[in-house]
Write a protein that binds this ligand. Structure first.
Ligand SMILES: NC(=O)c1ccc[n+]([C@@H]2O[C@H](COP(=O)([O-])OP(=O)(O)OC[C@H]3O[C@@H](n4cnc5c(N)ncnc54)[C@H](OP(=O)(O)O)[C@@H]3O)[C@@H](O)[C@H]2O)c1
Length: 308
């Protein structure tokens, strides 16, 4: 078990952190809250402006002087990601980008860009956003990209290397979710490799929260987090998992601790489901560098951006 403690989170004064998916009660909310509590300027990037404002208000109750800004971002739309990144250009240097937002277990659907919804939201959108914000991460002179993966990466079966705009075979939403979380680890390792090759002052790390009581399951199954059966599922998840607050700790450690690139941080408790964060390993498939390289090239073609 690690001795990392949220109370040791270093002072964030003067640092700018972008957190995607900051909806109240989720990991993004708690990540943003702790960074704001330590004096960081936090850009809350969400797809629903009313929900982002709700989180801003909740953080201000705890941290009245919190420096918070809202950014409209729909990761399931490549044009929205481009618009958001253009708006974020006025933010200046970015110290940390936290690719936190995600969906899980959604019904089969395709976005306006022709991409499967989970791959679009969890991988291709963050891939494009990371590339577009990279110049600002470089400007900070010690930037970090922290991408939130999952233990589900071990259920991927195989890497998502097929044509992203075609569905081959039967759609298994859990398998695809696992593949998106495997893709998060490939993005991290391949980005880190490319950053070192290009000698850029940015690191790529990954984190996973174990099992945390957020709205992820209800959102994925019912498209909402409250009302009828969605409330029941939401409450059920909370009853058997660690808190969302604790679920954010691995992300916070990856975002601030003195760790090398391509580090993966997760909870240190039983089967990594809960507990204080520590550096963790990943599946053999997730360590496959050739897959990471191929997914990178597919992603570049898919979003029409080459970087670094
Ligand atoms: N909770 C867990 O146990 C667990 C375990 C492993 C990994 N994770 C990962 O943790 C991350 C955060 O999830 P969470 O558990 O905090 O779930 P959550 O409470 O459902 O939060 C997910 C966030 O992602 C946002 N989002 C969804 N689709 C989006 C889109 N198209 N564009 C922009 N934002 C979008 C949601 O916004 P809306 O509120 O507008 O939908 C929400 O803010 C995800 O990447 C998930 O895969 C969670």
């Amino acid at each position: 078990m690690s001795d990392w403690n949220v109370a040791d989170l270093p002072d964030q004064t003067g640092r700018t952190i972008v957190v995607t998916g900051p909806t109240l009660g989720g990991l993004g909310h708690h990540t943003a809250l702790e960074l704001a509590r330590r004096g960081g300027r936090v850009i809350l990037a969400g797809r629903n402006p009313a929900k982002v404002e709700e989180t801003v208000a909740a953080i201000r109750v705890e941290v009245p002087k919190a420096q918070l800004e809202a950014l409209h971002l729909d990761l399931a739309s490549l044009s929205s990601v481009r618009t958001a990144a253009a708006a974020a250009a006025q933010v200046g240097p970015i110290d940390v980008l936290v690719n936190n937002a995600g969906v899980m277990g959604t019904k089969y659907s395709r976005t306006a860009d022709g991409l499967e919804l989970q791959m679009a939201t969890n991988h291709f959108g963050p891939f494009l956003l990371t590339g577009l914000l990279l110049p600002q991460l470089v400007q900070s002179e010690d930037g970090r990209v922290v991408t939130v993966s999952s233990l589900f990466h071990t259920f991927a079966g195989r890497a998502p290397l097929g044509p992203p705009r075609e569905q081959k075979g039967r759609y298994n939403t859990w398998r695809v979710y696992g593949q998106t979380k495997l893709a998060n680890l490939y993005l991290t390792s391949e980005l880190e490799r490319r950053l070192r090759a290009a000698d850029l002052p940015v690191r790529a790390l990954a984190a996973h929260p174990g099992f945390a009581g957020t709205h992820l399951a209800a959102n994925g199954q019912y498209g909402r987090s409250s009302g009828g059966i969605a409330s029941i599922l939401d409450a059920g998840v909370k009853a058997v998992s660690q808190t969302a607050e604790a679920g954010a700790w691995p992300t916070l450690m990856a975002a601030t601790a003195d760790l090398p690139g391509d580090t993966f941080v997760g909870p240190g408790g039983f089967r990594q489901l809960s507990g204080r964060p520590r550096v963790v390993g990943r599946s053999r498939l997730a360590r496959n560098e050739e897959n990471a390289r191929r997914l990178w090239e597919i992603s570049e073609q898919t979003v029409d951006l080459r970087y670094p």
